[in-house]
Design a protein around this ligand. Structure first.
Ligand code: FPP
Length: 484
């Protein structure tokens, strides 16, 4: 299946401005959702936002944010009476429709609103007008929800003209129209075409894009999360166009496209062969590890350029403590040096660093370097996870003990909460270098459904071309995860 990004798509200027404004604030009340998108709402909740359904639920004197959908004059009056500090992110297009509805109503015309009567935008507009029942042949004002399908609005206005003398101010917003037109253009091309709309099931403009694609004869799909996307069966679609609703964050769009193009979200690597690489050159094993660390810095960069969100590497296993003291000490020093070095400049490269494994086994110097880095990079989205003094069995045993202490009944889902990095998705692909065909106690729980790629290259010799071969091989695989 060919993946085509449909342009333009996604965040419109109004929603973008509303989100940017909201992200600058903290601990604010928001009337209804700011946008119909769970990813954005969760982000705001983490910033201390409280979402309320009624303006009366905002305590007097507090700050309240009005969403891009706008609010009725009645809501504004109550906010003023309660001395609320209002941050108004109403989209200018919506404000224009409010003004038109008010003008029609002030001129004594009955006003017909085309749109979804349950939608916040329509409720806000309805607050501008005096309800009047129109009589046949009477002059009426017609306005429309800004995210409707332009063709549908035109058809309904023509229909109304058969009964009434219509004065219409029923433009859908430019961004909505441009996104719908792009879907129509995509669908007009020949071949078996499908359209995937990324966005929440509660977003009106997202649902409209689905309807537009269906009306154009394409198979239409919608997903608001990667989990939903994973469950979609695209059947015999040859070319899939991907678009998104006006409230869908671009970073989700990017992740979804990468997923569809089969770039693994999470790559895990068993970096094996440093010792043999050194021995074959008559060097000490430690020099193999130094060369391996150089490869690792390159791999981190290559993964970033390919959009891989999580990279986990196996640097030192619970079994590696059995190695000669000189090698173990050398490795521990190398870890400290690498974590402090410019080669892996996590802050500059905006990469979150995390360690998984038994921290109690490590020296206070290494633990301090790890903690410092974890703290200074905790807000970055791309992640680099290093397994040190790590064993898959040890992780499961540690998780079982933690679960027993918490006294919680265990299911597969709750068990995950006790793993070392519970929020990190399972690896999609595991690469092992040096020709060994074993998992060696690496991420035993997390790799239940991971794909494996084995290469004979020793880790210090691992190249960008080899990484691309592994990714191309992965992209060809059909991950059934127990299904058919
Ligand atoms: C396995 O090769 C490799 C290791 C045990 C260490 C890997 C560590 C690095 C590449 C440095 C990583 C640095 C950071 C900051 C994480 P081996 O010694 O088992 O090779 P062999 O099988 O040929 O003996």
């Amino acid at each position: 299946m060919r993946i085509e990004v449909i342009e333009p798509h996604g965040l419109c200027a109004g929603v973008n401005a509303a989100i940017a404004c909201a992200l600058r604030l903290r601990d604010v009340y928001c009337l209804h959702g700011l946008v119909h998108n769970e990813i954005v709402i969760d982000e705001l909740k983490a910033l201390g936002y409280r979402f309320v359904e009624r303006i009366e639920d905002v305590p007097e004197g507090e700050t309240v944010l009005f969403s891009a959908h706008g609010v009725s004059p009645q809501v504004r009056e109550i906010a003023a009476r309660r001395r609320l500090h209002v941050i108004d992110t109403t989209c200018p297009f919506v404000t224009r429709v409010h003004r038109a509805a008010r003008d029609f109503s002030d001129r004594g015309l009955p006003v017909i609103i085309l749109g979804d009567s349950d939608h916040a935008e329509v409720k806000g507009i309805a607050g501008e007008i005096k309800p009047r029942r129109p009589r046949a042949s009477q002059r009426v004002g017609v306005v429309a929800q800004t995210t409707m399908d332009a063709d549908e609005v035109a058809a309904r206005v023509s229909e109304l003209r058969k009964t009434y003398e219509v004065e219409a101010m029923a433009d859908v917003c430019t961004a909505t129209k441009e996104r719908q037109d792009a879907v129509k253009r995509f669908c007009a091309a020949p071949g078996s075409r499908g359209v995937l709309v990324l966005g929440s099931g509660t977003s009106a403009n997202t649902k409209r894009l689905v309807a537009v694609a269906e009306r154009c004869g394409a198979r239409a799909f919608r997903a608001g999360t990667l989990d939903e996307l994973e469950r979609i069966d695209f059947g015999d679609v040859e070319t899939l166009g991907v678009t998104s609703g006006a409230s869908t964050p671009e970073r989700f769009f990017d992740e979804a496209v990468k997923f569809l193009r089969h770039v693994p979200r999470h790559l895990a690597i068993i970096m094996d062969g440093n010792g043999r690489w050194a021995m074959r050159r008559g060097k000490r094993r430690g020099e193999g590890h130094v060369a391996g660390a150089r490869t690792l810095a390159n791999v981190l960069r290559w993964c970033g350029a390919r959009g891989i969100r999580y990279l986990t590497v196996y640097a030192f296993s619970t079994e590696n403590w059995k190695r000669p003291k000189e090698e173990v000490d050398g490795l521990m020093n190398l870890f400290v040096k690498m974590l402090r070095s410019k080669a892996l400049d996590f802050v500059h490269n905006k990469v979150r660093f995390r360690m998984i494994g038994r921290r109690g086994d490590l020296s206070s110097r290494l633990n301090a370097a790890i903690t410092r880095l974890e703290e200074s990079t905790r807000n970055f989205k791309r992640e680099f996870i290093v397994a040190i003094s790590y064993g898959g069995r040890a992780e499961i045993v540690d998780a079982v003990n933690a679960a027993m202490r918490a006294g919680e009944p265990i299911t597969e889902e709750t068990f995950r909460n006790y793993l070392y990095a519970p929020d990190v998705p399972d690896p999609d692909l595991v690469i092992r270098t040096s020709g060994e065909l074993r998992t060696s106690n690496f991420l035993l729980w997390e790799t239940a459904y991971s794909e494996y790629y084995f290469t004979d290259a020793l880790w210090p010799d691992f190249t960008e071309a080899e990484l691309d071969r592994a990714l191309a091989d992965y992209a060809k695989r059909h991950r059934r995860k127990g299904g058919t």
